[in-house]
Design a protein around this ligand. Structure first.
Ligand SMILES: *Cc1c(COP(=O)(O)O)cnc(C)c1O
Length: 397
């Protein structure tokens, strides 16, 4: 029995079966490399679902976490601490807020950031504005509020009835959105690129249309950048490529570089829509998580990782597209966030073949493989993967 199969047997005996049994057990990581329980090394091209932005055991993140844990690890919201202020200041400084202000609420995850956003827009909405318009196939999280606006029937429907009045429209269809948004609509919630749907970008001009439709109807524009934000697409936030600013922005995944943190940013009148007592979290804004997030933002800034994500993302996409293989249908996405499209439902086979060759990727949908490597990935590491790709495709077929 290998160390991995032994751990899998113990996992199956005590963990709830909701995830199935993962194929690998990871023990440690270093840079973009991770090591499993049987000592095998892998180049990490998924980064714990677009989370480990600095890769693994990055010295800046390790020092920030260790120093903060040694100083004070938790204060609760009964007391303030400087890290949460610094982090909120930094996030606000990265946004184009025009003349208006922006303020932050910290949570512990993406789904909680969206819960905060839903409560915020309900608080800001006038009498009779209760409807939320969201997108088919969109993903916003697993807790009941975030789940109610998630447009995936397979994960949503078993847990109804949902308390929220929600209407779903096709992602990228401005006409359908226009039809659905009226004076009863509190908010429109969209992702700039639908991550869990297969890394599907909105068509050119769509986000500007969402902005226009929300303004015309007096509804809030909530942008879920939980997966797309913090450098993933080569900009701090994906919406910055579209010349629009949302009213509410949610963040998580890459923000903490592996430490759990989520953020809900309210702009303009949404900055101050919560009154005292309207929302809260015991762990939200935890000092260790905030220190980690500051290390992530500092390192992205100091090491020019936005430019690198744009450049190496283009290289990765170019190298994949240049391959001629019958299983390869194309590539979607931008920056270091790509969906490799297959001509067949072979993504699980692709993922297994990639692991056998020493690469971690994610079988996202039956015919899409997701790549979301650490933003610190190097040119050589990109080419290491693309050199192995023909063999991986051949084995996946
Ligand atoms: C991952 C994700 C979420 C949920 O985040 P959790 O931290 O898993 O709760 C919400 N929205 C989007 C777009 C995501 O990718």
């Amino acid at each position: 029995m290998s160390a991995t199969t032994d751990l899998q047997a113990r996992f199956e005996a005590v963990l709830m079966p909701n995830y199935g049994t993962p194929p690998l057990a990871l023990v440690r990581g270093e840079g973009r490399r991770v090591f499993d329980a049987d000592g095998r090394a892998y180049l990490d091209l998924i980064a714990g679902i677009a989370v480990s932005a600095l890769g693994h055991a990055h010295p800046a993140l390790v020092a920030a976490v260790a120093d903060q844990a040694a100083a004070i690890a938790h204060t609760s919201n009964l007391f303030l601490h400087e890290r949460e202020i610094e982090l909120a200041e930094r996030l606000v400084s990265l946004l184009d807020t025009g003349a208006g202000e922006a303020r932050v609420f910290f949570a512990n995850s993406g789904t909680e950031a969206n819960e905060a956003a839903l409560k915020l827009v309900k608080r800001a909405a006038g009498e009779g504005r209760t409807r939320i318009v969201a997108t088919e196939d969109g993903f916003h999280g697993r807790t009941l509020g975030a789940l109610s606006i998630t447009g995936k029937p397979a994960i949503r429907d078993p847990f109804g009835p949902h308390g929220t009045d929600v209407v779903f429209v096709p992602h990228g269809d401005a006409d359908a959105l226009h039809e659905a948004v009226d004076e009863t609509c509190a908010a429109v919630v969209v992702e700039p690129v639908q991550g869990e749907a297969g890394v599907v970008p909105a068509p050119e001009g769509y986000l500007a249309e969402v902005r226009r439709i929300c303004d015309a109807a007096g509804a809030a524009f909530v942008l879920d950048e939980i997966q797309s934000g913090i450098g993933r697409t080569g900009r701090w936030f994906a919406h910055q490529a579209h010349g629009v600013t949302p009213d509410v922005l949610t963040l998580a995944k890459g923000l903490g570089g592996g430490l759990p943190i989520g953020a809900c940013v309210g702009l303009g009148r949404y900055a101050t829509a919560f009154a005292k007592g309207d929302h809260g979290s015991t762990f939200g804004g935890n000092p260790v998580a905030c220190a980690a997030a500051l290390a992530v933002l500092d390192t992205i800034d100091g090491d020019n990782l936005l430019a690198s994500a744009a450049e190496l993302g283009t290289l990765l996409e170019h190298e994949i597209t240049a391959l001629d293989h019958p299983l390869l249908a194309g590539v979607r996405g931008s920056g270091l966030w790509l969906g490799i499209r297959l001509n067949d439902a072979a993504s699980a086979g692709f993922q297994a073949a990639a692991a056998a060759h020493g690469f971690l990727v994610n079988a996202l949908t039956p015919d899409t493989v997701r790549l979301a490597p650490p933003l610190t990935i190097t040119r050589d590491e990109v080419l290491e993967f693309t050199a192995a790709l023909p063999a991986i495709l051949e084995e996946a077929r």
